[in-house]
Design a protein around this ligand. Structure first.
Ligand code: SF4
Length: 479
């Protein structure tokens, strides 16, 4: 059903709709209405929401650009800005990311830096001024943009990222929105999946060689790849090594997110195969919270796995935490973060809880903490991580995250993950293997062509010819 939005003097319905839904997702109830007007250099939004009236106004600072594309972009920005200001009235406060709604705010800042030559500090000031970002978010955004530009400069046209998906986990977390099957329920699928994946790896390696593509980083995600047993892991790692020309020391990440999947033997397999980075994700160091989110392991298991990884793996370690989990508290989050920092992983990634479609499958209560509490937790992260010599190096936002906050990757000097930056900022082509894999071919100029593998393991296993055909067609398509 169309939202009750009336446009006057323009036809930017999508811009008005996106802006109002981003800030007031409940808009559209009985009596609600938005009138968006564009008149020369000024946009006006008259919003009626839950029986009350609000207004927002935005004016173009200089003359309207003459070039049609730039003109439309400027006009849409005015429309969005005016709607945002009316929504701020209804919300009673400024959202943490101001009027920015996209999932990749670093891209906007990077474009601004590239177009104007402004540095990080000037770009942060511009974000505060133009999009009403809080100083902390403006700093994060400008920093991510700068890192993205540096990584982008280091990549050539033939460089690609390789993603390998293993969609199995020991059990399914309550908040999970990935295609991840608990091995308890799908054990018989694992071996046929590994075999099918091995074939797809061979096909993709052939294609990569034919096209002269160079793999710049490898990332295994899922799911939890270390759900595979040591022999399956070794076999799949060997297949990747045989199919692709991977230079020694190449950045190679394998997610090992669940401590209940980590053994000495698997760590040694990863190490001997040249894996350089693993991600060991406690999410929280509080046993009550772990139980509340359906992870059947303890904080002690995380401590044990970390020590095991330091002893037998030897590469870099990332640890993920989530702000806003049910049963957590601000002091609890602080204690978890401090314990993780005391362990000294090279990277820490701090997420804010997101409620997505696809989650909530096991009937658990997923109501996380209120946005304000999440904000307090993230403020702690923003203070403690720099104090412990971590710098933010990439960030992204997700729809429906608690309080509209962000996910930020932090790294000790010289340890940032190129894959994360290049993937998130869409800086190069990504070849994705495994169930649900989304291969993205980046064309000159920034346009992206995509093709998708079958989503579920049982259908993926029988669709390898199709997957190969789709990838070949994608790379054969003319820009
Ligand atoms: S470990 Fe990650 S992929 Fe696996 S069930 Fe939990 S959230 Fe989903």
């Amino acid at each position: 059903m169309a939202l009750p939005i009336e446009l006057r003097g323009h036809d930017y319905r999508y811009a008005a709709e996106q802006a109002v839904m981003a800030f007031l997702p409940e808009f559209g109830g009985e009596g609600d209405k938005l009138v968006s007007t564009l008149d020369g250099l000024c946009a006006m939004a008259e919003l009626r929401f839950r029986g009350k009236d609000y207004e927002g106004r935005a004016e173009q600072a200089g003359p309207m650009p003459e070039a049609p594309l730039l003109r439309r972009r400027a006009q849409q920005k005015l429309v969005k800005e005016s709607v945002f200001r009316a929504c701020v009235g209804a919300l009673g406060k400024l959202p943490p990311w101001g009027s920015l709604t996209g999932v990749r705010p670093g891209k906007l800042a990077a474009r601004h830096m590239a177009e104007t030559g402004r540095d990080e500090k000037e770009t942060a000031a511009w974000l505060e001024r133009e999009y009403s970002l809080s100083p902390r978010r403006a700093f994060l955004c400008a920093r991510a943009a700068k890192t993205g530009l540096e990584v982008g400069d280091s990549l050539g046209e033939k460089d690609i990222l390789l993603y390998v998906g293993i969609p199995f986990c020991p059990t399914r977390c309550a908040y999970c929105s990935f295609v991840s099957h608990s091995v308890e329920k799908s054990l018989k699928l694992v071996e046929p999946y590994v075999e099918a994946l091995g074939r797809e790896i061979g096909d993709a390696g052939l294609l990569t060689r034919e096209l002269g593509l160079r793999v710049k980083a490898v990332y295994w995600g899922g799911g939890t790849p270390t759900t595979l047993d040591a022999e399956q892991l070794r076999r799949t790692l060997d297949r990747v090594a045989a199919a692709f020309d991977l230079p020694a020391g190449l950045e190679y990440t394998v997610e090992a997110g669940r401590p209940d999947t980590i053994t000495r033997e698997k760590l040694l397999v990863l190490r001997s195969a040249g894996v350089t980075r693993i991600s060991l994700n406690p999410q929280t160091m509080d046993d009550r919270v772990l139980a509340a989110i359906g992870r059947r392991h303890s904080a002690q298991a995380v401590r044990h796995s970390f020590a095991l990884a330091r002893e037998h793996f030897g590469g870099q370690i990332n640890m993920d935490l989530i702000a806003g989990l049910p049963e957590d508290s601000v002091p609890g989050f602080r204690a978890g973060l401090e314990e993780v920092l005391a362990m000294g992983p090279e990277n820490v990634t701090v997420h804010s809880l997101t409620r997505k479609r696809g989650a909530d499958l096991n009937g658990m209560d997923l109501r996380g903490l209120p946005g304000e509490t999440v904000g307090q937790m993230l403020d702690i992260a923003l203070e403690e991580l720099p104090a412990a010599h971590y710098a933010p190096y990439y960030l992204y936002r997700q729809k429906f995250s608690a309080g509209g906050y962000e996910n930020v990757g932090w790294a000790k000097e010289g340890t940032g993950c190129l894959y994360n930056v290049a993937m998130m900022e869409e800086l190069c082509t990504v070849l994705s293997l495994g169930a649900g894999g989304a291969t993205k071919r980046l064309l000159p100029g920034g346009k992206i062509l995509r093709c998708f593998n079958k989503k579920y393991p049982y259908e993926y296993i029988g669709s390898l010819e199709e997957a190969d055909r789709d990838k070949r067609a994608l790379f054969a398509a003319l820009p």
